[in-house]
Ligand binder design. Structure first.
Ligand code: HEC
Ligand code: HEC
Length: 376
């Protein structure tokens, strides 16, 4: 038997002992069953080319982008950790190691990164509508959707003190510094010329474009669910098909819908341990197997615990969460249609497992042009 943390064990017990308030009459929406497209669309200003993807890949793994010279994008988005980091919240500068084993080198130096690192797998589809339309220029990035497009997002971690800048330079000097370090490396000069042509091509804008082109290549469109959506009825097991129905009757597609199982809208759902008084974006439910722990703060360890959380939400006596850690704020009205039945948990978990695609690119460069160590 799995041991639950005491608070969740109590919740599970409470859930088993009480009768649910009857669900509202509003019908919960059906899941629009659609596979993920095979390729993420590129914006008009940044068509994908093999040269750009190869350059972006090296930049992604190269700690040269960090002012401290020891944090790469891959430190927190690592191929062996589902292109996330397997931690509740990451450690950027002043730390060593990878994933859960990463440790601070100097205590109390920087505020810890306060949000969970999402996977970059399929981030090229962020913003895809329930009907499958996708605009890479307005693709929402981060848990609160504060940046739009992979191109714009790629520069943000270089500027962030706790992620890649440390106390080495001012925020306004971080991007210029990274571009200068890259320009000083002959191999990067060749690779930028191959990707973008001659002239003054070693710019922050092109650095963002190359990284974005690489990230768009990280796609998983062959989960059992995708094969099912393309017409292979046997791709999902009977239990998974039952789970799909249970997912619908539980009310999950009100927010988790479309090819990425997300409406890409912001909601307040009273997440355990939530301290920030704001709404967060519905995350995709693809590849959850590789991206625990869950939620914007990494506060929920397993899928089973997420389901217990939703079950408990139906008990929230008023429209605001009573007690708990969440700031008093009205819960999203879409939660009123939740109708979770603990008897369905195993089937829903099986259905969510059908959204995992293990065939994604786990390759890493052996070396990067700066000669700095690749995060391993
Ligand atoms: C110290 C760890 C860390 C490093 C280094 C880091 N990231 Fe992240 N990344 C995060 C965290 C944490 C978030 C979520 C932050 C938030 O939502 O406020 C994130 C979010 C993202 C997202 C948005 C995904 C989504 O679905 O919204 C992308 C894309 C991304 N990072 C790419 C990169 C790239 C490219 C680099 C290197 C230039 C990088 N990251 C470096 C931790 C890191
Ligand atoms: C009102 C919209 C809404 C409904 C309905 C909803 N969710 Fe969510 N879901 C969210 C949001 C928003 C988050 C992220 C919250 C956060 O990070 O604080 C989330 C997070 C999750 C996560 C964690 C994913 C990750 O990568 O961290 C899972 C799993 C999940 N939901 C499954 C479900 C299931 C199963 C149901 C139905 C029982 C459901 N959700 C119903 C909006 C919703």
């Amino acid at each position: 038997m799995r041991i639950l943390p005491p608070s969740l064990a109590l919740l599970a017990l409470a859930a088993a002992m009480r009768a649910h308030t009857p669900p509202s009459d509003a019908p919960s929406p059906k899941l629009v069953i659609m596979p993920l497209p095979e390729a993420a669309p590129a914006p008009p200003g940044n068509p994908a080319t093999t040269g750009k993807i190869a350059l972006g890949r090296l930049l992604f793994f190269d700690p040269v982008l960090s002012a401290t010279g020891d944090v790469a994008c891959a430190t927190c988005h690592h191929p062996s950790l589902g292109w996330a980091d397997g931690r509740a919240t990451p450690l950027g500068v002043n730390a060593a190691g990878i994933g859960p084993a990463r440790r601070r080198a100097r205590a109390d130096q920087f505020p810890i990164v306060k949000r969970n690192a999402p996977t970059v797998l399929n981030a090229g589809f962020n913003g895809i509508t329930i009907e499958g339309r996708c605009d890479p220029q307005t693709a929402p990035m981060f848990w609160d959707s504060r940046e739009l497009s992979l191109e714009a997002q790629a520069l943000a971690p270089i500027r962030a003190a706790e992620e890649m800048r440390g106390d080495v330079c001012a925020e306004s000097a971080a991007i210029g510094g990274a571009v200068k370090r890259v320009r000083d490396i002959a191999l990067y000069r060749d690779l930028f010329a191959k990707a973008f042509g001659t002239g003054d091509v070693m710019t922050a804008v092109n650095l963002g474009k190359a990284i974005a082109a690489f990230e768009r290549s990280l796609v998983t469109a062959d989960a059992p669910y995708d094969r099912f959506a393309r017409g292979d009825a046997a791709a999902l097991t009977d239990l998974q098909k039952r789970g799909l129905k249970a997912f619908e009757s539980a009310g999950c597609p009100a927010c988790h819908n479309g090819p990425m199982l997300s409406d890409y809208k912001l909601h307040f759902i009273g997440t355990p341990g939530q301290k920030e008084n704001r709404d967060f974006r519905t995350p995709s439910l693809r590849n959850l197997k590789h991206t625990a722990p869950y939620m914007h703060n990494g506060s929920v360890a397993t899928i089973a615990d997420v389901l217990i959380f939703y079950d408990r939400l139906m008990d929230a006596s008023s429209e605001t969460l009573d007690g708990g850690d969440a700031p008093a704020q009205p819960l999203d009205p879409l939660l009123k249609t939740l109708n979770v039945n603990p008897d369905d948990f195993a089937a829903i978990e099986a259905f969510l497992d059908g959204l995992n695609d293990d065939s994604y690119d786990r390759s890493m460069p052996d070396a990067v042009p700066s000669g700095l160590p690749v995060p391993k």
